[in-house]
Design a protein around this ligand. Structure first.
Ligand code: ATP
Ligand code: MG
Ligand code: MG
Ligand code: MG
Length: 445
């Protein structure tokens, strides 16, 4: 009996958490990636810094650092979506053809189609309007008090893109957050629309990304009102026009081609001349009206017991595209600069470990690791780069290129009292500072 208890104690709480040392983590030292023809900055940075590994056209493996960043972005989006009352679900990737035939979208060229052994046809979902509307219709008539319904998922989407390009920016399978809303009438549906657009703005602000919200074309998703969220960038595949006078912006798709040809596009709101730029589309909001609810019969019961079609909206965020586009716009050619909230780890500790006193450097680093990871904001956010085969200079350079927001070097100044730790915060300054342990903890907490 005693022995069992003891064992239990040892299993549950007796073991110290494992320190994250790069020398013991797989996929380090960096794999040498060759062969991939990369033609944008963030793609090269992701390949050369072990964030992604190419698989086949339009598909990439996420290596440990890449997946951590993606999961952080997913959590941030979850938090913001749930703050406005949206609920998370997950729908299958395989969608039966009959649903897509009902809306007339089965012939969309981007659909990946497949058949099962009984010759039943399916597609791999590029978006889920059909599936969700069909599901919600099966709940029966929704009491008006239950609206709005806001359901979202973050899952892999599949599109047979004509030209997969720039790694995660245009993949053939990619992560998307797609949300679908059901409201009583146009007024409430548009209120929901505004609330979600505001939340998208909040997300991009939290990610330190300068974005433009522009009127967007409704394409084959349909509907009458739509906005796109664009990150201005030279490599963006979209052309957008913005007005510096009144702030209005629009995708070129909505502008009269004759006006575009002349290149003298005037703002439809204030008539000033609009400025042309390229952007990466990172989010898209659509007010759908009853386009899908009328096909699948999604009704609500009004307070007077009338049976009325619900008004829908759908809202996409290109999660994996945001991950790379954020790095594309914040980085230099050589150094990854993450939106700070997405950096895979917040702190990298680099012990000098060469020649004399290497044991001491490692011990001081381990103590520092324990102190820092004990801080609530740094739990699971610290690594030690203890790869003795690499010079300290090389390790600092790599930590800088991989974009750790904080790099702490445990060098000779930590051997005498008062111990001074060298800290680099590359996004803020290229200089290092020397801090005592208390100052360092103060800085990082
Ligand atoms: P694009 O114009 O770039 O082809 P889209 O307008 O077809 O995008 P939507 O149907 O609006 O895309 O999908 C919602 C979001 O999903 C987009 O705003 C974008 O951020 C993301 N997205 C779309 N296609 C891809 C892709 N091939 N790879 C990565 N993300 C994508
Ligand atoms: Mg597209
Ligand atoms: Mg588009
Ligand atoms: Mg779009």
């Amino acid at each position: 009996f005693n022995r069992i208890i003891k064992n239990d104690i040892r299993c549950c709480s007796g073991r110290a958490p494992v320190r994250k040392c790069l020398s013991k983590m797989s996929l380090y030292p960096p794999t040498k990636q060759k062969g991939e023809f990369s033609n944008c900055k963030s793609q090269s940075l992701f390949l050369y810094n072990d964030i992604l590994f190419p698989c086949h056209s339009g598909a990439y493996n996420y290596l440990p650092l890449g997946l951590r960043a993606l999961e952080k972005l997913t959590r941030l989006i979850d938090e913001e979506m749930q703050n406005i009352g949206a609920q998370k679900i997950a729908m299958p990737s395989m969608i039966k053809a009959s649903l897509w035939k009902r809306t007339g979208r089965w012939d969309t060229p981007e659909l990946f189609k497949l058949k099962d052994r009984h010759s039943k046809e399916y597609c791999l979902g590029p978006t889920h309007e059909e599936l969700i509307t069909d599901m919600v219709s099966q709940f029966g008539m929704i009491p008006y008090k239950r609206l709005p319904i806001m359901l979202y998922q973050i899952t892999t989407k599949f599109r047979d893109e004509m030209h997969p390009k720039y790694a995660l920016l245009r993949g053939r399978e990619f992560q998307m957050k797609d949300m679908y809303t059901f409201d009583t009438d146009e007024v409430t549906a548009k209120e929901t629309y505004e609330r979600i657009c505001d939340t998208y703005c909040k997300i991009f602000n939290r990610l330190e990304l300068n974005f433009k919200k522009v009127a967007g074309a409704t394409g084959n998703i349909g509907g009458t009102l739509s906005h796109e969220f664009q990150l201005p960038s030279d490599i963006g595949e979209d052309t957008i026009y913005t007005c510096n006078q009144c702030g209005f912006g629009s995708n070129v798709e909505l502008i009269d081609p004759i006006e575009v040809e002349s290149n003298n596009v005037s703002c439809p709101k204030c008539k000033s001349e609009m400025e042309k730029s390229s952007g990466i589309e990172v989010g898209h909001a659509f007010y759908l009206g009853t386009k899908y609810s009328s096909v699948f019969n999604v009704y609500y019961g009004s307070r007077y017991n009338e049976k009325i079609l619900t008004e829908m909206g759908c809202y996409g965020l290109g999660v994996s595209r945001i991950l790379q586009a954020g790095v594309e716009v914040l980085s230099t050619d050589k150094y990854i600069r993450w939106p700070t909230l997405l950096a895979p780890y917040q702190v990298c500790i680099i012990p000098q470990m060469q020649g004399y006193a290497s044991e001491e450097f490692l011990e001081i680093s381990n103590d520092l690791y324990d102190r820092l990871s004990g801080l609530p904001n740094l739990k699971n956010e610290v690594v030690i780069d203890d790869r003795i085969t690499m010079t300290v200079g090389k390790r600092i350079y790599q930590a800088d290129t991989q974009g750790y927001p904080n790099i702490v070097v445990v060098g000779s100044k930590t051997l005498k009292e008062p111990r001074m730790y060298e800290i680099k915060t590359p996004k803020i300054s290229s200089d290092s500072e020397y801090l005592t342990l208390d100052q360092l903890i103060d800085r990082l907490s």
